[in-house]
Ligand binder design. Structure first.
Ligand code: ADP
Ligand code: ZN
Length: 443
């Protein structure tokens, strides 16, 4: 049931005590890095000013841009010789940021992910196939070392290479997969095209889905197709990687290991904490981290705290499914839209297949949103008129939710390729040179 029972089952009061102790240590350690030394000086802040958890707000917020500015060693608090690993963020929203780890950091991180695996029911005897990229991306090695630490048969296949994935799953009777959700659905298409029924011909029982926003509908779809329990896995390289927040078997929000992270939720506009339970931007402070402690790091991800105590008994606070990144949102004809809203509509329709993409263009100074969606095989084979009906129904449902009328393009299953990396949900072509006038649009 537990990997580190004492820490996992800690009582609330003890968690706070440990957090305060580790917060003070983190601030002191951070003050040795060139970046925070300068920031603290500018603010006239001394590490001793942090006496209670309530003093947290006195600390500066740290942003992705700060990490870029201080590249490559501005956040380092130990001699370079103590660094034994580097990871980088995927670079979804610009130049990637680089994270450095000491041996103690890797040790702490591995235990955090190991807790998550055990918490979701992974046991010795399982066969774990890690379908996410190895290398600079944290999803590969992060899960890998945790699974090995638990003594689990681990297949480091990495992302993509769909036929090989399927072959391994069949021949080694894989029971647990870790995959990006869009890839799990893409893989389902491939299995179906090969005439393989995953529920009958594979041995899967658990899927960890992470690294990109996905809806409850996607989880349910993966569970149905594969006959597994699917768990949401959240993380970002700035906070080590996977293990940042993870669902337990209650599937009611993701626990944040509070001995390792101090989470807050702020209003992204004002930087002030939101009311308890309200949605805002997740901010995390690393606790117990050595090489590169980060204080009040703005994740850019929108979520809220779940109220109450989890059915699993762990007191570590939980956050809800991420609804999007603050910078994921796009504006079309003045309406703010998150890709996840489109996903929820599409996956609520029986005709819709497993994948979709949103294309934004500007024609004659007007924004046009096209939603390209794969259709279920049995509908795709229907006649023209039926396809047209489906197209109109998709458009209608989207309009009702988004209040904008999109163009809809129906695709055959598998038409949107996936290489196993993060799905590109939005293709924004609006700043492309158009009709003799170069329009860059509002930032
Ligand atoms: P990048 O920020 O360049 O994409 P990372 O690979 O570190 O780099 O990705 C971390 C980000 O991925 C998170 O900040 C979040 O936006 C997204 N993410 C990770 N896991 C999840 C998840 N389970 N649900 C929603 N979003 C997620
Ligand atoms: Zn729980």
């Amino acid at each position: 049931m537990y990997w580190q029972k004492e820490l996992e089952m800690m009582e609330d009061g003890l968690i706070r005590e440990l957090q305060l102790k580790r917060l003070k240590e983190a601030v002191l350690a951070a003050s040795r890095s060139p970046f925070y030394r300068e920031r603290f000086q500018q603010m006239g802040l001394e590490p001793e000013d942090i006496r209670t958890l309530g003093d947290l707000h006195k600390l500066p917020l740290t942003t992705k841009n700060d990490l870029r500015q201080a590249y490559p060693f501005g956040f380092l608090t130990v001699p370079k010789e103590r660094v034994i690993r580097l990871h980088a963020s995927t670079g979804t929203t610009g130049r990637p940021t680089v994270i450095l780890y000491s041996r103690a950091d890797l040790d702490q991180w591995t235990d955090l992910v190991a807790r998550c695996l055990v918490m979701t029911g992974v046991r010795q005897g399982d066969v774990f196939q890690n379908m996410t990229g190895y290398g600079l991306f944290t999803g590969g090695l992060g899960f890998h070392y945790a699974a090995e630490r638990l003594g689990i048969f681990t297949i480091p296949i990495g992302s993509g290479n769909t036929r090989r994935q399927i072959q391994m799953m069949r021949e080694f009777e894989t029971t647990v997969i870790h995959s990006i959700p869009s890839y799990a659905l893409y893989l389902a298409n491939a299995l179906s095209a090969m005439g393989i029924d995953p529920r009958k011909e594979l041995s899967l029982r658990i899927a960890h889905l992470g690294a990109e926003p996905h809806s409850e509908q996607v989880r349910r779809k993966v569970e149905e197709i594969y006959g597994v329990d699917a768990f949401n896995s959240y993380g970002l390289s700035e906070m080590y990687g996977p293990g940042g927040a993870f669902e337990c078997i209650a599937k009611d929000g993701m626990h944040i290991w509070e001995d390792a992270y101090l989470p807050e939720i702020i209003d992204p506009k004002t930087g002030k904490p939101v009311e308890e339970g309200a949605e805002g931007e997740l901010v995390m402070t690393s606790l117990g981290r050595e090489a590169m402690p980060l204080l009040r790091y703005r994740t850019g991800d929108l979520t809220s705290f779940c109220p109450g105590i989890c059915g699993c008994g762990r007191r570590h606070r939980r956050i809800r499914r991420i609804t999007g990144r603050a910078d994921d949102m796009f504006i079309i004809k003045g309406v703010n839209i998150f890709p996840i809203q489109v996903e929820q509509v599409l996956l609520g329709m029986e005709e819709a297949g497993n994948n979709y993409q949103i294309i934004l263009e500007r024609k004659d100074y007007t924004d046009i949103m096209t939603v390209a969606v794969e259709v279920q095989e049995r509908f795709f084979l229907g006649d023209r008129k039926e396809m047209e009906n489906i197209r109109q129904r998709v458009a209608k449902h989207l309009r009702e939710e988004l209040l904008v009328t999109p163009e809809v393009e129906l695709l055959k299953p598998g038409a949107l390729e996936s290489t196993g990396g993060k799905a590109v949900r939005v293709v924004d072509r609006r700043d492309i040179y158009e009709g003799g006038i170069s329009y860059t649009g509002p930032e």
